[in-house]
Design a protein around this ligand. Structure first.
Ligand code: FAD
Length: 307
């Protein structure tokens, strides 16, 4: 992981920095670039606009690491509201939801959080809607993979995310292929120690390609989630060479990043889904986006000093 990235993630965790970012109007345009709005109505408007252009959407109600049962119950009630809103949309076939197990209460009580997750899945299944479980830091990886293995026996409308920076991920790919659950491949957005994650970016990228190829050959409708044009080109070449049609996988990208690439791939006939976050708990998500591209943060720092 680059020094700039580590610096941004660590300094963003400091309370005075958080308060500055949350309260300064200077950050507003950048926050707006990555986050679709504060309310479900605003997020649905963005989702419908993207869907009207033929793009898929995964809605994310921002928030993670809930500390009380009340917070987790509130988050799961919001998930159910989102699912109900998707079910009423004219573009319902193109929109699904991404959730976090820590938002369902994983840090509070694992068995209880599984019940909450199952309640969300039951509601989504009644409408034929897919629920993706985002992958959080490595502290949660084993618990997430194991929970998917349990729950998938009863609900086929769910899947998860695996991160190519983790040393363990090729093994997790094998577990998910065996299960038949859908996987989104990402590089990984958290600060992880070398014992669990590859420190060198080229290794993360190589592993990303290896994981994607394995899933494209043997997995269930994998999602190739990246803005990395080299990887996208490699996936296009690999699928063409192996006669894997564009209906068997999708590309995914984040709201506000590389819109040109999103619409370009769609125009070429690929399925593309945009991950659309909304809600007022945007701070951790926002700092991960800044850390991925330190130039974003440097631009803000320069603006601060110019005033
Ligand atoms: C749909 C989706 C869902 C995700 N879900 C998860 C998850 O559940 N768990 C998890 O740990 N991570 C998740 N991520 C984040 C992921 O792990 C990476 O941190 C992120 O996608 C950046 O990596 P990259 O593959 O785009 O490649 P990089 O090598 O980081 O970037 C390639 C190029 O993309 C552009 N780019 C990338 N990030 C930014 C940015 N923030 N701002 C501007 N340009 C940028 C730049 O042009 C850069 O050169 C998700 C990503 C996507 C696209």
């Amino acid at each position: 992981m680059s020094l700039a990235r580590t610096f941004i993630i660590k300094s963003a965790a400091l309370k005075p920095v958080e308060s500055l970012v949350r309260n300064s109007f200077l950050f507003r345009p950048l926050v707006r670039r990555f986050i679709a709005g504060d309310t479900l109505a605003e997020a649905m408007a963005v989702a419908e606009d993207l869907a009207s252009k033929g793009l898929g959407v995964s809605l994310d109600y921002l928030g993670e690491n809930t500390r009380t049962r009340g917070e987790a119950e509130h988050a799961c009630a919001m998930y159910i509201q989102i699912i109900d809103a998707i079910a009423k949309s004219p573009h319902r076939d193109l929109i699904n939801i991404s959730i976090k197990l820590t938002q369902c209460g994983l840090d509070i009580d694992a068995a209880w959080s599984e019940q909450n997750y199952r309640a969300v899945l039951a509601n989504a299944a009644s409408h034929g809607i897919f629920v993706r479980v985002d992958m959080e830091s490595s502290e949660y990886t084993e618990r997430t993979v194991t929970m998917i293995e349990h729950v998938f026996q009863d609900f086929k409308n769910t899947g998860t995310v695996l991160q190519s920076y983790l040393r363990r991920s090729m093994d997790d790919i094998a577990r998910m292929i065996k299960l038949g659950a859908r996987v989104r491949v990402v590089k990984g957005a958290y600060l992880e120690p070398e014992q669990v994650a590859f420190p060198a970016k080229p290794t993360v990228d190589e592993t990303y390609i290896a994981m994607s190829k394995e899933l494209l050959l043997k997995g269930n409708y994998p999602a190739i989630a990246t803005h990395d044009e080299r990887i996208i080109a490699e996936v296009k070449k690999f699928t063409a060479e192996n006669e894997i049609g564009p209906e068997r996988f999708e590309f995914q990208m984040l709201y506000g990043i590389r819109r040109d690439l999103q619409t370009g791939l769609r125009a070429e006939g690929y399925n593309v889904r945009v991950y659309v976050p909304y809600g007022d708990s945007w701070y951790p998500y926002f700092t991960r986006r800044l850390a991925e591209r330190p130039a974003n943060g440097i631009f803000i720092l320069k603006s601060l000093f110019k005033r």
